[in-house]
Structure formats: C-alpha cells, structure tokens
Design a protein around this ligand. Sequence first.
Ligand code: ATP
Ligand code: MG
Length: 726
Amino acid sequence: MDVSTLLDGLNDKQRDAVAAPLGNHLVLAGAGSGKTRVLVHRMAWLMRVEEASPFSVMAVTFTNKAAAEMRGRIEQLMQGTASGMWCGTFHGICHRILRAHYLDANLPQDFQILDSDDQQRLLRRLIKAQNLDEKHWPAKQASWYINGKKDEGLRPKHIDTRHDPVESTWLRIYQAYQEACDRAGLVDFAEILLRTLELLRDKAVIREHYQARFQHILVDEFQDTNNIQYAWLRMMAGQQAHVMIVGDDDQSIYGWRGAKVENIQRFLDDFTTPQTIRLEQNYRSTSTILQAANTLIENNADRMGKSLWTEGKEGEPISVYAGFNELDEARFVVGKIKTWQDEGGALTDSAILYRNNAQSRVLEEALIQAGLPYRIYGGMRFFERQEIKDALAYLRLMANRNDDAAFERVVNTPTRGIGDRTLETLRGAARDRGQTLWHTAEQILAEKALAGRAANALGRFIELVNALEDDTRDMALYQQTDAVIRHSGLRAMYEQEKGEKAQARVDNLEELVTATRQFTPPEEAEAEGMTPLSAFLAHAALEAGEGQADEFDDAVQLMTLHSAKGLEFPLVFMVGVEEGMFPSQMSAEEAGRLEEERRLCYVGMTRAMEKLYLTYAEMRRVYGKDMFHKISRFIRELPEACLEEVRMRANVSRPAASGGRFSKTQTQENFNQTGFSLGQRVQHPKFGEGTIINFEGSGGQSRVQVAFNGEGIKWLVTQYAKLEAL
Ligand code: ATP
Ligand code: MG
C-alpha cells in the first residue's frame, strides 16, 4: 500500500498530526493552516495505515456544505473504499441515530423535523390556546426559552419554578409544546440532539453498540460546539474511542448562540492524555493579508495564543474604499468584479461578505444591473425572504384585490383571529361561486353568512386593505410602503419576536422601504399607465426569479460572514466595514461582544487568498434614515503598511477638473463627463438646494438622483435639469 500519498503535500507539523499514534488529540491552529486538510488526511491514514474499518470512523463538521466537501475529499483519497464511514453535522448524525432507533427513542417511524419557522407557528397557536396575550408571551421568546433549556439538557420535569411565576408560565408553554410535538411526532433542532443524548444515556445496549463501533471520532470547527454537543461527544466516545478535535479559539463566532469556546479546555481536562498539536504555517493567504489579520486579532484579550506565518508572496495591499453611500459602495464592488472577470478570473472565485442579510439587497441589484449571476449561500435572496413577501403581499392586494395568493398569505398575518375553519368556508364558497377570495369575502360578509367573531375578523382585514389604499394614494411609493409595513402590523409582529432573526426581519422590512425609495420605474411603465407601485411589484417579482445561478454556474458568491467560516476565495470583498454596522452599535458597547465581532472580522479577512477589499459607506440608509458612519475601528487596527486607500470617487469640489483624474471605471468616467459628482451640492431652479446621491446612464441619457433639502429625493435627466453646482 502506498501511504506516502497520504503525507504528500503536508508540512512536518501536519504530518505529525496525521500520523500521530492513536489517542486523543487537539489540533489548535489559526485560519488557513490546514486544519481541515489534516482532518481529512487523518481519516484516510486511520483507514489505510491503522487499518481502521470505515465503519469505525465518524467525522463531524459544522455545515452540510463542509460535510459534503469532506466526503468528496475522503473518497478521492481512499479511491472509493471509504463507504461505511459516517461524515456529517451534529444534527445530521443524531438524526440518523434517531431514525435507526425510533422505537427506543419513543418516536413514530415517520417522525418529522420542525424547522424554526414551524416551531414558532406552533408555539403561537399554543400560547393563544392557553389564553395568554401574545404581546407578553411572544412565540419567539418561548422558542428561545425552550431551545435554551434543551441545550442544557433540561426537560420540564427538571425545572423548578416554584419561586418564579414568570418562568412558571414559560414552563407551562414548554410543557404544552412538548406534548404537542410528541403527539404529532415532531422534533425540533434542539430536540434532535437532546433526544439522542438521552437515548444513549438510557439505553445501555445502544450506547455500547455505538461506543464499540466508532473507535475514531474527528470534529472540525470545535470552537463552536455548545454544551449538549460536547456532552454528546463524550457519551459517544466513552472510554475507548480516539478523538481528534481541530479548532481555532480566534474563530469562535457563535457565542451568541450558546457555543462555548471553553469546550476546548474541557476537552483537555476530560479526555485521557490529550496531545496538543499546533500548526503555524498558513497556506491560504498572501503575507499582507495574513499580517493584517494577525495584527487585528492581537487586540483581543484572553486568547489561547498562536502564531501564524507564511512563505507565500507578499501580494497586493488590502484595498480600502470609502463609498459615498451604499449604492456607490455596491457599484465599486461590482465594477471590480467585472474587471476581475474581464481579466480572465472566474466569478466563483469571488465572494462578497457582509455582516447582516439585509445588506445583500443593494449588492444583488447592482449585480443584476451589471448582468453578473450570483448565488447567496446560507440564506435567501432578498425578495424571497418571508417578511419581504409578507409586505409585498399587502402591496399586491392593494394593487389588485383579486390576487388570491397574496390574500392567502396575509389574511391572518399578523394573526387577527381568522381561523382555518373560516378560511376553509371562504375557499369553498369562492370555488362554488367561481370568484376570487376577496370578492367572496365581501359577498359572504354582506350576506351575513359567517358567525360573529369570524365575520368581524374578516371584516377588519377587508377594511384594513381598503384603508391602506385610500390613505396612501397620494403618497410617494416609499411612504406608501412604510405605511403598509406599520399599519398592517407586520413590523410590530416581527419586533415583538425579539432575537437575532427577528431583528434581521425588521431590518429587511426597513430595507424594503429603502428599495422603494431608490426605485425608478422604467420609462415604458409610465407610458403604459402603470402606477409606481405596480411597476415596483413587477420589478420585485422579476428580480426574485432572475440572476439566481444554478448550482454549477459560474457565479459571484454572496454570504454573511458567519456562513463564510471554513471557506476560501481568491478575491474577497468585505462590505459595510464601518462603525455602527461592523461592529454594530450594540456590540461596540460590550467588551465580550466586541471581541466576538473582532473574531468575525478575523474570520472574514482570512477567507481571502489573493486580494482583499474592505469597503464602507460614509452615508447609509439604515432603518429608513440616513446615517453617517465612520470607518470601522477594525480597519483602523490594521497596520497601515498593509493598506491602500482607493480613490475613485469623483471629487466634490470642482467637477469640471475631475474628468481625467478619476477615469478608472467606465461608469465613473461617464458620470464625470456630465460635470457632476457624487456628494456634490447643487441648486435646482424649482426644487432648491440638494445633494447628488446617485447616477445612472451616460451622455444624453444620464440621470442623477438628488436629495433636495425640502422636496425629497428625485431622479432628474442631467441634460434638462438645469442643475447648478454649488
Ligand atoms: P480555517 O481555519 O479557515 O478552517 P483550515 O486551518 O481548516 O482553515 P484548510 O482549509 O485546511 O485550513 O487549508 C487552507 C488552504 O491551504 C487550503 O487551500 C489547503 O488546501 C491549503 N493547504 C493546507 N496545507 C497545505 C500544505 N501543506 N501545502 C499546500 N497547501 C496546503
Ligand atoms: Mg477548516
């Protein structure tokens, strides 16, 4: 057997780890040092040199994508002789165990997984059924309570709430919820782990079976495991298994979700004679990128301490670009990706990373406009997100009462007491009469064919939509959208839910207002008598379906910094690197959270192999308001020698002189030929003073968007607008 291939392409330290004697091992090392690579080679080593059966090997990773990649690599190394090995996420592996032992786990054979949206919907129903006010007992909070308890391994019977009336209510909800799940054969994510842990704990035969089977357990990204995952690992490993964990305390970014970086230390304390192996050579990034990332992370206290060096080339400096606003920032990024592509680069090799999902919208639009396909990882495209579809459904109903899909979507969102039975009656009647839901609703209300409470609730919905249209008829589209989000109760509904995900939904709703504000109907829309609202709805519908690349297409990769963990790309853009966004206002005020944000920044920067751009916007619309943001402290913490400031934006002072100087991008040049520049103060004969915030087109076609002091924001054709520079 030729084992040398297993050690080929590894440095000495990596070889030590791959060929280490059987035992417990911690591989502690910084980003890009080959931890994942070592893990994969170690598995092959175990099977080929230690003659471990594939059936005795289990590898745990953090995401499905990582698990799939790992399996591919292993099969390649083993030339197809690795079947029987388990490789998956904690949830995936536990789910598999529950399926195999459903009877012992007290589950029906066809038990189903309840995702977090379903979980909340169920909770909302149960909370109402207990006659509790949803305002005081939001479903979101209930799910936090329940998942939190499950993560600690606690069932209702373990919780003593005799001295805490508030908690005793949460507990009651937990109980009702668990009974409902058990009755329906449903398990939520936390339940998958807890139930497996209990199964192994209580059924000695099953536990011993797995402990005897899995002699080799390997875990990647160990710094982000939580309590229950750790407990599960100990249980699985028992006294005999050999466990190798790899991780990087500097990349622990899920503390907010209960991950415990302390688990690394616990591993050293709990497992027998663990050996620590450190890898110090980075193979991913240029020395410039690496040096900058190392310097950044040194600002954190309490590190386990690692050094990281590279033999790689120095590479280009990290480029920092200050966008005038978020549109300008997006245009810059897309311009650079186009250049990359023109020079022969693959789009798949480029990634745009952002802190929050809501930030993707402006980038998506810029990419679509430039005709660049893109893919969003670990999240949905903006116009496909639940809350956006909710808000659009109201707008669609206002534009067209016959839109049954929109009607169905929001008739009871937020909940207004229109039950399934009422809806069934309504659907039946609509079918019988061959009418739309809206018309049927109006008719059966007039006929008084519904019982009192149901009739009232439905009547209120009809009134609401009518009133939304009447009251907002003369408003600008963005004001209309804002009014809809507020008066429909959508915003309040998501605000009440609390937690990161709900906050993201509120952010997205705000971002929708910004989207309508920045939207310009195409010229033909007006000619065809379309209202701006209909034109926008058409735009949103098309955009939801357009530009999304198929799995194998060459496409720009978009994702949050969190979902970029473990990945690498030759060209990386980190956008929105400004105070108030990254770090966010809230985390800036708390030392622990600030350090987690800094680790997130470290994770982001270390994804880049060849070229890294850090961009920010001096002015950004957040929560519907223009915010003026300063450059992020994270950029200021980087060594100046590694940075290069990109100056591309037209100069504000003298537009006439700017033509030649700022000719790096085509669009910019075109814009400059108009004699105007972004951020420029101008005077209009009718609208008065304002600031140029956006532009499009060139020559006679060019238009500028101006924020006037008193007259709002307008698009003007540059040629006819009679604008004067101030
Ligand atoms: P992260 O902390 O981001 O998860 P990691 O430590 O898991 O990073 P890997 O993804 O395993 O690092 O490796 C980073 C890159 O370096 C990969 O492209 C990998 O193929 C390459 N690499 C690792 N070790 C070597 C080596 N000895 N020689 C050449 N390339 C290597
Ligand atoms: Mg890795």
